[in-house]
Ligand binder design. Sequence first.
Ligand code: SF4
Length: 244
Amino acid sequence: MIGRIHSLETMGAVDGPGLRFVAFMQGCPMRCEFCHNPDTWDPAAEVQFEWTPEELLDEVRKYKSFIKKGGVTLGGGEPLVQAPFVRKFFRLCHEKGIHTALDTSGAVATDEAFSVLDFTDLVLLDVKTADDSLHKSYTGLTRKNNQLWLDTILARGTRTWIRHVVVPERTYSEERLSGLAKLLLPYLPVIDRIEMLPYHTMGKMKYASLGIAYPLGDLPDLRQDEIDHAREFMRSLLPGVTVQ
Ligand code: SF4
C-alpha cells in the first residue's frame, strides 16, 4: 500500500495540539474558491513522497522527541481520498503511542473513510459554510458529506476542532456566521474549539503557475478587525465555546 504525499511539515504548530509531524496527502475532490493549495487537487500529480505507511512511520519516528507532547496530523488536499493508507498509518501510530489527528474537509463519506476514526484521536473538520445555497458554487460539492461527518463524530464521540475560513463577500456576514453557529450547536458535546481562519491571497501565485484562473479575482484578504469581529460574534452566539 503506497501513500501519495504532497509534502511534509516536520514541526507543525497549528494543525492540532502541541508540536506535530504533518503530512499533506495528495488529491482533493473539492474546489473551494478560497483554496490556497490547488497543487494538491490532482491525485495523479507529481508528489514529493510515495511511501508505505511503515515508511512514513519510520520518518515520523526521527522526530519522536519533538512530537512527544503533540503527535501526527494527516491533512491535504483531502487525506480521505487515500483512506486505507490513512487508517493503516494511524493504526501503526497508535501501536507506538503516537497521538493522531485527521485534518479533513469531510468530503469523503464512505464506510472506509469513517473507519479511519477507529484510530483517530482528534478530527480537525472544515465546515466551509452552513448555507446549502452557497456550498456547491463555493466548494464544488454539496454540504451532504460534511453533514454526515458531523453526525458521525457526534455519534462516535470523537473529539473535534472545527475550522472555518472567513472570506469577505462570502462567509463574512452576521447572517452566515449565525447560520454556522446554529449548525454547530447540536455538535458542541464533541467540539473542543472552533478556529476561525482569515481568508488570505497567499496561494494566488500557485494558480498562476498551474494555469488556473484565480476564482476570487481581486478579493482582498480579510482584515484583522474583521476576523476579530467574526470571532467575537461567534463567541456571543456560542458562549463557553473556545473560538479562536
Ligand atoms: S478542501 Fe482544502 S484542499 Fe480541497 S479545495 Fe478545499 S481548501 Fe483546497
